[in-house]
Design a binder for this molecule. Structure first.
Ligand code: UDP
Ligand code: MN
Length: 296
């Protein structure tokens, strides 16, 4: 794929003057390594889209729907068509053991969906482990030649509002909605030094959600490969990290800083009441009966 071009703003595009003095002060919108943290009110969606759209980018979205999780596909895809990267070329890659249960969804122009059959599993922990491996191998085989950016998302979720090109970057992670008010020693990182996902109590930036990773295809490829290798190394030592690949993801991102961080607007949970700093919920996990949906 061609490299991403410089950001060129279309001539004569009218938008509100950016201010050096006035902006959001109730939230932090840049990390200490100077990656933007994306909150409503910190970007102009029309301007950002006008910069990225002429690049004619293709965005890949991977989503796993194994076993009963196929039931989440309809809402996931319907709402993605309404809110997610609208106006961009999109390639959805749906990984499932039940290809016949994948709903047919009306996709807008320039948007495609491929169904890729993968084995089912009795243990949801194993599915979690397989995700990184399948993302890695599918990037090698297919996605590398078909897309510029990639997002890997949880299927048990819905889009509720605009999620656009403001989220594009080299390596993009999302702040988990459950822990952003906590101190780092309270984060549910893997705490056993014997695990390759280990993070000591006095380290850590944010607690990132495992339901979304994104970025340039090659950067997400490296992330998936490293997380998979470390997961397998742990398995060889009979260790499973506290939150499976989310733990490995957090470890990876601590030492490989994301270039862009999405606020919890981009990963909320339906059971959680909106807080005052979250002006808009863009994407959230639906409420599910864990025991029922993870059983065969
Ligand atoms: N998943 C799946 N089938 C399963 C369990 C998980 O397809 O039986 C996939 C699905 O894409 C799901 C993701 O793995 O969104 C993460 O699992 P889950 O949502 O159950 O974890 P949680 O978000 O509740 O931590
Ligand atoms: Mn989920």
């Amino acid at each position: 794929r061609s490299r991403i071009r410089n950001m060129v703003s279309p001539e004569k595009l009218l938008y509100k003057q950016p201010s050096v003095l006035v902006g959001r002060t109730d939230v932090v919108s840049v990390t200490p390594w100077l990656a933007p943290i994306i909150w409503e009110g910190t970007f102009d969606p029309v301007l950002v889209d006008n910069i990225y759209k002429p690049m004619n980018l293709t965005i890949a979205t991977t989503v796993f729907a194994i076993g009963k999780y196929v039931r989440f596909l309809q809402d996931f895809l319907d709402t993605a068509e309404k809110h997610f990267m609208v106006g961009f070329n999109m390639r959805y890659y749906v990984f499932t053991d039940r290809p016949h249960d994948v709903p047919s969804v009306n996709l807008s122009q320039g948007r495609h969906l491929s169904v890729i059959q993968v084995p089912g599993s009795n243990r949801w922990q194993e599915i979690s482990a397989q995700r990184m491996e399948i993302i890695q191998t599918t990037i090698e085989r297919q996605i590398r030649g078909e897309a510029d950016y990639i997002f890997c998302l949880d299927v048990d979720s819905k889009f509720h509002a605009h999620w656009g090109s403001e989220s594009l970057g080299r390596l993009v992670a999302v702040i988990h909605p459950g822990y952003y008010e906590q101190t780092r020693d309270r984060f549910p990182y893997e705490r056993r030094p014997a695990s390759t996902a280990y993070i000591p109590m006095d380290e850590g930036d944010y607690y990132y959600g495992g339901a979304m990773i994104g970025g340039f295809v090659e950067d997400v490829y490296t992330l998936a490969k490293v997380c998979r290798t470390q997961f397998e190394e742990d398995a060889g030592n009979s260790i499973e990290a506290a939150w499976q690949e989310e733990s490995h993801l957090n470890r990876y991102l601590l030492y490989n800083k994301p270039s862009k961080v999405l606020s919890p607007e981009y990963l909320w949970q339906d059971f959680k009441a909106k807080t005052k700093e979250v002006k808009v919920i863009r994407f959230s996990g639906v409420i599910k009966n864990y025991a029922e949906v993870r059983s065969n």
